[in-house]
Design a protein. Structure first.
Length: 193
């Protein structure tokens, strides 16, 4: 499925196409055969989309329960839902965390991108993690991006690059030093710093 998607994105999908995959192997695609199975593909994609959206809904519910267990640390200036694109898309937002008492200091920058297998997750899931990083002396930006199936993987990459461009343009004014910057995502034991 990935190789068909790549071919479509690159607009090189003719009747028989050879596509080089990430593994470096070539694969032959018979488009007519794929079109004959189109109905089954559409039906399967609707089932998958429904499952993805259910997982996303379950994740959102679990976040409410999770938030009851944690508390936001003292000593962090937190600004939420800053637009990093001019399109007014709700997913094109980021949060900024800065340690209190260090407003005049130039700090190293961390850009945090939430995980979730490209299907679920949000920047709020990492707010405790980002706040703890900020308390350690970092200017932290936590980004939101669109999720599959609402967009493609390439759209997600564009979103992250837009957020990184925003940080590049605003970090100095926010008191950040991009010469000391890190791009992160969560890991299994994210809140144990």
């Amino acid at each position: 499925m990935v190789f068909i998607f790549i071919a479509e994105k690159q607009k090189i999908f003719d009747e028989k196409t050879i596509v080089r995959c990430y593994t470096g192997r070539s694969m032959r695609i018979n488009v007519r055969k794929h079109e004959r199975r189109g109905y089954q593909s559409i039906k399967m994609s609707k089932i998958l989309e429904k499952q993805f959206l259910k997982q996303r809904n379950d994740f959102e519910k679990s976040c409410v329960e999770r938030d009851k267990k944690y508390h936001f640390p003292q000593g962090v200036i937190f600004e939420t839902d800053i637009a990093y694109a001019k399109d007014k898309n709700k997913a094109h937002r980021l949060d900024r965390y800065r340690p209190k008492g260090k407003e005049t200091q130039i700090l190293p920058v961390i850009i945090n991108v939430h995980g979730g297998g490209l299907l679920l997750g949000n920047k709020e899931f990492n707010k405790y993690f980002c706040a703890l990083l900020s308390k350690k002396g970092f200017l932290v930006y936590s980004t939101e991006y669109r999720l599959i199936p609402d967009c493609t993987f390439f759209d997600q990459l564009r979103d992250i690059f837009l957020a990184m461009d925003f940080v590049k343009e605003h970090a100095a004014a926010d008191g950040g030093d991009l010469r000391m910057s890190i791009l992160t995502s969560e890991w299994k034991k994210q809140n144990q710093i």
